[in-house]
Design a protein around this ligand. Structure first.
Ligand SMILES: NC(=O)c1ccc[n+]([C@@H]2O[C@H](COP(=O)([O-])OP(=O)(O)OC[C@H]3O[C@@H](n4cnc5c(N)ncnc54)[C@H](O)[C@@H]3O)[C@@H](O)[C@H]2O)c1
Length: 510
């Protein structure tokens, strides 16, 4: 026991010293001690550079790709993309980690405490205004969203790290014991790592998704290779540097920039014992087959909201609808994709308020901004197909943003809502079209009559991307009817229900 305590104090000592130094220095120093760039200075004339990390060393690549600034098309970030012929060091690095992991309850248990210390320091770092502003701005540069939306991502990440300070990582590995049949017999269950694992994440939450998943894997003794969508990987590259500064052993995590095809090849060769994938259903389904089920998936969402018969707080409900559908330009997996409105809401000012709120969104403060995986043409084409459905109409939006310099590889669309009659949504020829996830500021609105709830429930039953949902009502019988007849990763119920805005204590499992 003494040895563990002593070694913990020793371990804590070194980074603490670095910390102390920087706090004194920080009053005068401009640059953060872990960072290799300034978020606001990245530009065509001073491009940011993103490296790979393998076997404890930051490395470049023979092939640097260039990323266009989503706001003005300047070539502003260079990325060391690993090609298919360069994956060997990553395969070797993963294969060095045994199946029983870097630590487990019987092996190197002091590492549970090490990770408690790393979390404490990283949480503290993210609580410093200068550091949180750095990450908020960096997120904004590559995945443009309002300052508040980007800051929330940093704050959720910071809270997550706080949850795993001190002894909490060790408690996460708590085991159980069950008495046996006779004296001396007991069964014990232990939290065991997978060993070598992979984490693949999308572009829309450049910090929160990879950091939470990475730390969870590390806490339990896994050795992860992390691949973040190259469009935004600069954020996690800097975050890993922060974690190193907070005491993360450099060989515990590998970090790779590559396209999907190369990553797919790497997974087939390195054979990680588990892969956690977050992204589109198309890639998720391919990986489920390729990896023979050794994969956990967090994929697309066609997220619905139902407004119940009890009309209340129209101002508030329309504000939440606006946030759910259009914050982050609709690029949240949990964004409101379809709104089922009870007829009682049709006679209120709900839709006109939603339109007014959508009109307030502007490019200048990034309350609406570039869409990174759909072009403007693709979104307008989808809208035009919807408008051919009998009884459909454009409620608002439906045009390209004005006065923008967003490059044409990205999308620039005003917040858009299209009304489609419920009976038409249900028709076989229309259903697939209407329920297609458009990862942008785009939603379907429909209305149901008092006796049409079964039709709504039928529409929900036929969906296959059940991620989040909201039942906006304070009527207990209505809530029970809808919740009891639907399935979701997370269902928000009550007058304040929303599809987005999940803090880090919610579950995203489907
Ligand atoms: N369920 C969730 O928690 C969640 C969260 C955020 C986003 N999403 C979903 O993600 C999608 C948007 O993200 P996207 O367009 O970047 O997704 P995507 O599937 O195109 O890409 C996700 C990641 O997978 C990588 N990738 C692509 N092909 C691959 C392959 N064959 N093998 C290995 N890796 C590969 C990409 O490079 C990227 O890093 C939306 O559908 C959204 O709903 C889901």
């Amino acid at each position: 026991m003494y040895r563990v305590v002593a070694s913990r104090a020793f371990r804590a000592g070194a980074p603490q010293k670095a910390f102390g130094c920087w706090f004194n220095l920080s009053r005068s120093a401009h640059t953060l001690p872990f960072a290799t760039l300034e978020a606001d200075e990245i530009s065509g004339s001073k491009p940011g550079e993103v490296y790979n990390l393998v076997q404890g060393k930051w490395t470049g690549s023979s092939n640097w790709s260039t990323l266009l600034d989503p706001l003005n098309g300047e070539q502003f970030i260079r990325i060391a993309e690993v090609g298919e012929k360069e994956i060997q060091p990553y395969v070797e690095s993963l294969s060095k980690c045994p199946k029983h992991g870097l630590h487990n309850p019987f092996k190197s248990p002091e590492r549970y405490l090490l990770y408690g210390d790393i979390s404490t320091k990283a949480a503290h770092m993210l609580s410093l205004p200068k550091v949180s502003n750095f990450f908020t701005r960096l997120i904004q540069r590559v995945s443009p969203k309002s300052y508040q939306q980007a800051l929330s991502e940093v704050q959720v990440t910071q809270k997550f790290l706080e949850n795993f300070c001190g002894d909490q990582v060790r408690f996460l590995a708590r085991s159980f014991a069950v008495p046996g049949n006779h004296l001396g017999q007991q069964s014990h269950g232990y939290r065991w790592p997978y060993g070598p694992v992979a984490i693949i994440t999308p572009f829309n939450f450049p910090l929160e998704i990879p950091l939470l998943q990475l730390m969870g894997a590390l806490y339990m003794g896994n050795k992860p290779i992390l691949k973040v969508d190259s469009k935004v990987s600069i954020v996690m590259e800097q975050m890993i540097r922060l974690l190193h500064y907070c005491g993360l052993p450099v060989e515990d995590v590998d970090f790779i920039n590559s396209d999907g095809k190369t990553m797919n090849k790497l997974l087939m060769e390195a054979n990680p014992r588990m892969t956690l994938f977050t992204g589109s259903s198309r890639v998720a389904e391919k990986l489920a087959v390729d990896l023979k089920g050794r994969v956990k998936l967090e994929d697309a969402g066609f997220d619905w909201k139902i407004l119940g018969p009890d009309v209340n707080e129209v101002d508030y409900v329309s504000w939440v609808c606006d946030q759910d559908a259009y914050a982050c330009s609709g690029q949240k997996c949990s964004a409101q994709s379809v709104l089922f409105m009870h007829e009682n809401w049709s006679s209120t000012s709900l839709l006109s308020k939603m339109k007014d709120l959508a009109d307030r969104r502007k490019l200048e403060d990034l309350t609406v901004g570039p869409v990174l995986t759909f072009t403007t043409e693709a979104m307008l084409e989808h809208m035009n197909k919807l408008l051919k459905v009998p009884g459909s109409k454009l409620l608002f939006g439906g045009e390209e943003l004005k006065n923008h310099s967003i490059p044409s590889i990205y999308g620039a669309l005003k917040p858009t809502a299209v009304f489609v009659p419920l009976e038409e949504i249900l028709k076989d020829g229309n259903y697939e079209l209407v329920t297609r996830e458009i990862f942008g500021p785009f939603q379907i609105v429909t209305e149901y009559k008092q006796d049409q709830l079964p039709l709504v429930l039928n529409a929900l039953e036929r969906m296959h991307a059940h991620l989040t949902a909201a039942v906006v009502s304070n009527d207990p019988l209505f809530l029970q009817e809808v919740i009891g007849n639907t399935v979701n990763g997370t269902t928000y119920a009550g007058l304040r229900a929303r599809t987005t805005g999940a803090p880090q204590n919610h579950w995203w499992v489907k």
